[in-house]
Design a protein around this ligand. Sequence first.
Ligand SMILES: C[S@@+](CC[C@H](N)C(=O)[O-])C[C@H]1O[C@@H](n2cnc3c(N)ncnc32)[C@H](O)[C@@H]1O
Length: 354
Amino acid sequence: MPSDRGPSHLAAMKGDGFYNRHSAMQATGIAALLSLWEASCRTVAIGEGPVTVVDYGCSQGRNSMVPMRLAIKVLRSLSGPSVPIEVVHTDLPSNDFSALFEALASDPNSYMNEASDVFPSAIGRSYFEPLFPPQRVTLAWTTWALQWMSDSTIEAPDHILAGMSAEPAVISAVTQQQARDLERFLTLRSREMRPGAKLLAGFTARTADVTGWEWLLGELWLTLCDMKTEGWLSEPERKHLTIPIGLRTLAEIEQPFMQAGGFADLALDHLELFKLTDPFWEQFERTGDASAFAKHHADMTQAWCAPTIARLIGPSREPNAFVNEMFARFEHRLSQRPRPHEPYMAAVVVSKRA
Ligand SMILES: C[S@@+](CC[C@H](N)C(=O)[O-])C[C@H]1O[C@@H](n2cnc3c(N)ncnc32)[C@H](O)[C@@H]1O
């Protein structure tokens, strides 16, 4: 197989603003984090000079508008009217940053609409690398990103998502990789945070028994199995199509903080797991329109994983044709067996020692 799994090969979300248009599930999770975020904004140490708010793993920005506006409002009330506030959005180099800047300029919900002395910018580099000079960041936000592994050579023979494999060797490799990634992310962020700074991270996680993704990604896996049976891909290709995502338990997230004094000058202030509701289920129950329900979920799934699948399937297979075929089949499967999609999300708040 070609070497398509190194850090420089991580794929971002589906471009041309597609992720912005199809990320209602992620918006539901963000809404559930807002009271925690507001409390973090109110209790952060502001210090001297400009205030820096960072949105790590921003994608195309639409889901960042509400939390960034809230942060600006609270920080403005604490710091006074004339203190400049910079908002820095970061993502992978392959991210659709044009959609982000377009949303900042023209989305009716843009936090820039009523802002003054607010300065947005962006960085296209993995957050598994240093992104800021030491002690620059006042407040940090990251949602729906930390489940992605940094660099995975893990191949699961029995699922499309690495973290949903039942193979002991795969489970062990994913757990170890996710532990290393979390520690690296926290170590790098700690260096960038000012004393008293806070970071809120919300990402999809799991209980010891379930992930909440069983229905949706089970159907995606069965779609691949059908395509293999019908000759669209070989067994090694199917195995190679493993999305590098792992779902941590709360105990795994807590692990680095178990030592006395916290981890890398960071204290764990809050850790919680909650189950999200399906943003489309109520409409489906009201209308019985299984096709519309399936399309919402197929588009939403495509928005976050189609570029990764296209990259893994490789150029010799006409990736766009393959992905189109795969998602048409997936949508059909979903319409035949609609279920509420109710993933789990971890909410984590850490603060830098003052
Ligand atoms: C599902 S999107 C979440 C976007 C937005 N934060 C939200 O909540 O809707 C995950 C984002 O994390 C980014 N991401 C994944 N790994 C990353 C890394 N190592 N460095 C920076 N961004 C990364 C992806 O490119 C993608 O834009």
